[in-house]
Design a protein around this ligand. Structure first.
Ligand SMILES: NC(=O)c1ccc[n+]([C@@H]2O[C@H](COP(=O)([O-])OP(=O)(O)OC[C@H]3O[C@@H](n4cnc5c(N)ncnc54)[C@H](OP(=O)(O)O)[C@@H]3O)[C@@H](O)[C@H]2O)c1
Length: 332
């Protein structure tokens, strides 16, 4: 493979467009193909982003010899199928969050990638964000002592039409897998997998979660108070409280421009990334990480390790168990 990494985009919805625009700004990234369930959508997307090849099915994309990495941007319910198809064809894969609908599906993907010796990463872009990486370093270096509590939330009052994927349990609908995955992943980043999971939620008539509160506990005595919602506007902020200080991350904590470090007994320090590239959404960092790893011959990213993604899926499964949200695929 040359220093160029050739990408294929699988699905043509909202995040596929946002990611593709960021990806095209990464040096060495070439978007060479797009696939959709409909040829017309693939063509329209290709035209919009100047992509040379458009496929009306996924098989065409994964059979394309000039595609190195497939970016999976379908609803969560199709992540397993789409990513597996690409991995089986020997493609490296970046798969949107939530990684899959449940841990079992995620384990299948991880096994497949390891068996084939190809790269696989969940698109948890927060973990690749330079401000979050700086924060993690500071915490690991003891800037606020030992972590006692993580607070984080993500919510907005969504005006969803009756056919929206977030309302449909078959598509992994609800707040948890779309939004709750961020506070959960953030707590995992700082504290690892929790030893205990409690949760409570308001469910929709269709059986997806609308408004969810979570309490995660660690044997160390640390805990995390997390929430997500598609029926209320949340601050979408986070606070990390330690034995020697506190860190406040404002909206949107999962891709912040900065945070405030409050060491006990010292003036607050504002830590910012400086102005980011104009007009980008922040997904260029995860794209660059995939390309770095793939060019280095790595099969997973140290920033978004597969065991971490599996652990997050276990926590999401445990939350769903507590709140009584079942997806049809859980029964398989
Ligand atoms: N990283 C982030 O910040 C971020 C933000 C938003 C969403 N996401 C994640 O990205 C994924 C897609 O979200 P989105 O907001 O882009 O959704 P979306 O706008 O509904 O787009 C999803 C696309 O997937 C395809 N699709 C729709 N239904 C499908 C089905 N039943 N089976 C297979 N493919 C289907 C469609 O593309 P075609 O018609 O071309 O097949 C559709 O345009 C979700 O997993 C979500 O959690 C991530």
């Amino acid at each position: 493979m040359s220093r160029t990494v050739r990408w294929g985009v699988l699905a043509t919805g909202g995040i596929a467009a946002t990611f593709t625009a960021d990806l095209q700004a990464v040096p060495g990234a070439e978007v060479v193909a797009v696939a959709s369930r409909s040829e017309a959508s693939a063509r329209a997307f290709a035209e919009r982003f100047g992509i040379p090849r458009a496929y009306g099915d996924w098989a065409g994309l994964v059979a394309d010899d000039e595609v190195d990495v497939v970016y999976v941007a379908t609803p969560h319910s199709a992540h397993r199928e789409a990513a597996a198809l690409a991995l089986e064809a020997g493609k490296h894969v970046l798969c949107e969050k939530a990684f899959t609908l449940n841990e079992r599906e995620a384990r299948e993907l991880v096994k497949l990638a390891r068996d084939r010796g190809v790269f696989l990463m969940e698109a948890m872009w927060t973990y690749c964000n330079p401000v979050i990486r700086r924060l993690t370093e500071l915490v690991r270096d003891g800037a606020i002592g030992e972590i006692r509590t993580v607070q984080a939330d993500f919510g907005f009052a969504a005006d969803l039409g009756p056919d929206h994927r977030l309302r449909d349990p078959r598509l992994g609908g609800g707040a948890l897998l779309d939004l709750g995955v961020y506070p959960v992943s953030f707590a995992h980043l700082l504290l690892g997998e929790p030893d205990r999971v409690q949760a409570d939620a308001l469910l929709s008539p269709e059986g997806v979660d609308l408004n969810t509160g979570m309490l995660l506990g660690w044997d160390s005595g640390a805990n995390a108070l997390l929430s997500c919602s598609i029926v209320g506007h949340h601050p979408t902020a986070a606070t990390v409280i330690g034995t020697a200080g506190r860190i406040d991350i404002p909206h949107s904590f999962f891709h912040p421009e900065g945070f405030v470090l409050r060491r006990d007994g010292a003036e607050p320090e504002e830590i910012t990334s400086g102005p980011g590239p104009q007009g980008l959404s922040g997904m260029q960092y995860e794209a660059a990480e995939v390309m770095r790893a793939v060019l280095a011959g790595e099969t997973e990213s140290p920033l978004v390790p597969l065991e971490g993604s599996l652990a997050v899926m276990r926590t999401l499964d445990a939350v769903r168990d507590r709140i009584g949200v079942r997806y049809p695929v859980d029964a398989l």
